[in-house]
Design a protein around this ligand. Structure first.
Ligand code: ZN
Length: 219
């Protein structure tokens, strides 16, 4: 989210990447739970990777078993708003009361874990809304690598393109933006395969995998 210059005014609240002196990176998965999430959890278990899932409240409400499975596997549950729409037009109070807080309450109830991270839908947020998150002690999480895994999913080499993008861009403290939630009516069958290929490649490069919360706490 480099394009939001105002976020630099909130260094305690906003994290767009972790420390540069440790070869630790965070995989993050947005917009779920979706139909691809269970297969993704299996792959993450096989790869022994802990990740962060930014869940949408209204989807989580319909897929509570999946949210519980995410937490049970030791992953971090983050908040991606209740309805996944562009929230910038909302005043900070409405933003908090109708989107951030209801999704957080639901995700905490279902997962049994504290939900301290928020990623706004489309990465879009206003300065006043960011101020409200700061008052509430919520961490706003951006990303430093966006392989656009939602783009041209029908292309023959979609999976390879996404994997190569991450490997070419990887850096210490990277936060990688990926998606497990359905795209409209479509699932995301490629996401588990992306993870299965990218994790060993990054390990060979000396990187290890932590949650976004760990990157924040290590700052
Ligand atoms: Zn999203």
């Amino acid at each position: 989210m480099d394009y939001h210059a105002f976020l630099s005014q909130f260094p305690d609240t906003y994290i767009g990447r972790g420390r540069t002196d440790r070869r630790e990176i965070a995989l993050t998965f947005d917009d779920g739970p979706g139909r691809a999430t269970s297969a993704l959890l299996t792959t993450l278990r096989e790869c022994d990777v802990q990740a962060t899932f930014f869940c949408v409240g209204e989807k989580a409400r319909r897929a509570t078993d999946t949210v519980r499975a995410i937490a049970r596997d030791g992953h971090e549950v983050g908040n991606h708003g209740f309805t996944h729409r562009d929230l910038r037009a909302l005043d900070p109070r409405t933003f908090w009361m109708t989107e951030v807080l209801p999704a957080r309450s639901l995700l905490e109830d279902v997962s049994g874990t504290p939900v301290t991270l928020f990623r706004p839908p489309f990465g879009e947020i206003s300065p006043a809304q960011t101020g409200r998150l700061a008052e509430e002690g919520v961490t706003l999480v951006g990303w430093s690598i966006d392989p656009r895994d939602w783009d041209e999913v029908e292309a023959k080499d979609h999976t390879g393109r996404v994997v190569r993008h991450v490997i070419e861009q990887v850096h210490p403290g990277a936060i990688v933006l990926l998606h497990d939630g359905d795209e409209g009516e479509r699932a995301r069958p490629a996401i588990a395969e992306v993870v299965r290929l990218v994790v060993p490649a990054l390990r060979t490069m000396g990187f290890s995998f932590v949650t976004a919360g760990r990157l924040r706490d290590a700052r």
